[in-house]
Ligand binder design. Structure first.
Ligand SMILES: Nc1ncnc2c1ncn2[C@@H]1O[C@H](COP(=O)(O)OP(=O)(O)OP(=O)(O)O)[C@@H](O)[C@H]1O
Ligand SMILES: Nc1nc2c(ncn2[C@@H]2O[C@H](COP(=O)(O)O)[C@@H](O)[C@H]2O)c(=O)[nH]1
Length: 213
């Protein structure tokens, strides 16, 4: 039977680099599917509706939640964000791995959902709080108030770091990408091997018993 896809969750405080890393991973492996979230936040310059996010108003978002079309949803920095369920289910049923860029609340909800067995969660830490601030400023996408608000919430996000399967410090971008690739490759191998390993161990057990060893 074909392997069911993984749900690869990236979380971090705002500005630590998860969107940048997610984009690099999509280039590394074109078979990865990105879970395009719905959000009530306004688009930033350059963001494309349907690619970066589905930009919706609050009434539309509420309907998606009420219709149970969301795998998870949360209020983050004063806006609503959520992961539509159908594309995720379709992708993993087809054996494709899905990449999520969600906060700790979303990660927890997915880890507690029916799909929990497919979850691979990775938390990205910044090298320092000063560097986190520098990255938010350098990104040039948010005004000073927004950046200050995100910085104030950064510890709240970081404090959930130990609920994840893996934790990486995103200092050097190339190195972090390489580590993410290693984690994903190893987890794919581990999970792909699991069914065959069980059969193999049963065969070894029968052989062991037949020999009367
Ligand atoms: N290792 C790194 N070294 C230097 N700059 C980096 C590194 N990783 C990411 N950046 C830069 O930091 C900024 C923030 O990165 P990014 O937008 O990917 O963060 P994010 O975690 O997705 O933030 P948000 O949660 O707000 O979407 C970007 O300008 C990005 O180019
Ligand atoms: N729980 C969810 N969190 C999400 C989702 N999509 C994004 N996010 C998180 O929101 C913040 C802010 O994102 P930004 O694009 O406004 O900078 C960040 O932590 C994202 O990970 C989602 O679907 N669910």
């Amino acid at each position: 039977m074909a392997r069911r896809g993984l749900l690869i969750i990236l979380s971090s405080p705002s500005g630590a680099g998860k969107s940048t890393l997610a984009k690099r991973l999509m280039v590394w492996d074109a078979s990865l599917r990105f879970s395009v979230s719905a959000t009530t936040r306004s688009p930033r310059a350059g963001e494309v509706d349907g690619t970066d996010y589905h930009f919706v108003d609050e009434a539309h978002f509420r309907k998606l939640v009420d219709d149970r079309d969301m795998l998870e949803h949360a209020r983050v920095f004063g806006n609503y964000y959520g992961s539509p369920k159908a594309p995720v289910q379709q992708a993993i049923d087809a054996g494709r791995d899905v990449l999520f860029d969600v906060d700790w609340q979303g990660a927890q909800q997915i880890a507690n959902s029916d799909l929990r067995d497919a979850v691979l969660s990775i938390f990205i830490l910044p090298p320092s709080i000063t560097e986190l601030h520098r990255r938010l400023v350098e990104r040039g996408q948010d005004d000073a108030d927004t950046i200050a608000g995100r910085m104030r919430k950064s510890w709240d996000e970081i404090s959930h770091w130990d609920g994840y399967d893996y934790v990486l410090v995103n200092d050097d971008l190339d190195q972090t990408e390489e580590r993410l690739r290693t984690i994903i490759s190893a987890e794919r191998l581990r999970r792909a091997q699991q069914p065959d390993l069980l059969d193999h161990v049963r065969t070894l057990q029968r052989e062991f018993e037949d020999r009367g060893a």
